[in-house]
Ligand binder design. Structure first.
Ligand code: PLP
Length: 395
């Protein structure tokens, strides 16, 4: 049976060009970029070329890009070092729907004496700017709000949030792991102070990411040791993966409009068929303000894990909630924050399509098999049975 990968928000296949570059550097360029002889100078050139490539996609200066070991590390660094910079005291604002890389870091800082506001989101998954304004205190030192959500794909008003932060002289960090490479991001235009990115979400290698830190924001270092990354993030650089990341970053924005048009065509088709053919279904998150390729449904009277297993039997790999919460039986904190009741949040399905990985035939296959799977699961559900009885007796 053909395997159809529809979980591109969890991770992506490494592109041919990123793979070739990574393998080439791994094989041929073993120099340590910090040394001074020829081999090392070549390694340093490779490192700086990748930095310029990533910077070009964000419209930043190359020296504002600091390579990290993941998006998670970039998030940890931004938030923990901002707390450090503020004298390990004060108040920060985030949202209830962040990735755990941000949420767990904020929870950790709370134990260290930091006050944290977890802003709620509206039903569409987007924060209210008024609520953000209202939550600002004289001791607020950081606002950290994600660019695009990893489960429902909704995009936050990042430029407006940055303007609010600037007006109050508060640092602003955004986790752009899901947005980078899918929609244009211009850090200068947005006015963000720090922004996290990860390579494996954009067809680059795993275990590499970066933090953009605006020139002038003197962020304390995250890892101590050598002088790598301008003494901010010690440790010999993962050169091969960084080189692959640079290539993947540039590649992600090539023909982006056309890629996004194709993604929209596929998601529109899927949404239309699923909502028309499967009763008691809702589409989660704002319909327009979302990253291309992401669709998140909730099927009432269905349990997400069982749904994934039956989908896999039909060759489809997808997820229920985020990659990090799958494996746990808790419903998604994102869907709960959007006001979904537990039992509906449990029956959610995230489909994340990619313009290279997927085509209309894949999407048609999913739309063809999904109604049968849902009715099979509902037939086994005592809740659905009670619901049907209720309908018959008019309760
Ligand atoms: N932030 C968001 C929004 C994500 O989706 C992810 C990955 O799922 C991360 C951070 C973590 O990135 P990484 O897997 O590179 O640690």
């Amino acid at each position: 049976m053909r395997k159809i990968y529809m979980d591109n928000s969890a991770t992506t296949r490494v592109s041919a060009r990123a793979y070739e570059r990574t393998a080439e550097v791994l094989r041929d360029s073993y120099g340590n970029p910090s040394s001074i002889y020829g081999e090392a100078r070549d390694a340093k050139i490779i490192l700086e070329e990748a930095r310029s490539q990533v910077a070009s996609v964000l419209n930043s200066r190359p020296e504002e890009i600091y390579f990290t070991g993941s998006g998670t590390e970039a998030d940890n660094w931004a938030i923990r070092s901002a707390f450090e910079k503020n004298g390990r005291k004060g108040h920060l604002i985030t949202t209830a729907i962040e990735h755990h890389a941000v949420l767990h870091t904020c929870e950790y800082l709370e134990k260290q004496g930091c006050d944290v506001t977890y802003l709620p989101v509206e039903e569409d998954g987007i924060i209210s700017l008024d609520k953000l304004q209202d939550s600002i205190r004289p001791d607020t030192f950081l606002i950290t709000i994600m660019y695009a959500n990893n489960e429902v794909g909704t995009i936050q008003p990042v430029a407006e949030i940055a303007a609010v932060a600037r007006e109050h002289k508060i640092l602003f960090h955004t986790d752009a792991v899901q947005a980078f490479g899918k929609i244009p991001i211009d850090v200068k235009e947005l006015g963000v102070d720090m922004l996290s990115v990860s390579a494996h979400k954009i067809h680059g290698p795993k275990g590499v990411g970066c933090l953009y830190v605006r020139k002038g924001v003197n962020l304390p270092p995250f890892l101590l040791g050598g002088a790598q990354e301008r003494k901010k993030r010690a440790g010999t650089e993962n050169l091969a993966s960084i080189a692959g990341f640079g290539v993947a970053a540039v590649e992600s924005m090539e023909n982006r409009q056309e890629k996004n048009r194709k993604l929209k065509e596929m998601t529109d088709y899927l949404v239309e068929r699923v909502l028309r053919e499967i009763p008691y279904t809702r589409l989660n998150g704002d319909q327009e303000k979302r990253i291309p390729g992401n669709v998140n449904f909730s099927f009432q009277f269905v349990e997400g894990e069982s749904l994934l297993l039956l989908l896999e039997n039909q060759g489809v790999m997808a997820s229920s909630g985020s990659a990090c919460t799958s494996g746990s039986l808790d419903p998604s904190h994102v869907l709960l924050a959007m006001g979904l009741p537990h039992e509906i949040a449990h029956g959610s399905l995230r489909i994340s399509l990619d313009s290279e990985e997927n085509n209309m035939e894949d999407v048609r296959h999913l739309a063809d098999v999904l109604p049968g799977i849902i009715s099979r699961l509902r037939d086994m559900s005592p809740l659905y049975e009670d619901h049907l009885k209720g309908c018959q007796t008019g309760e």
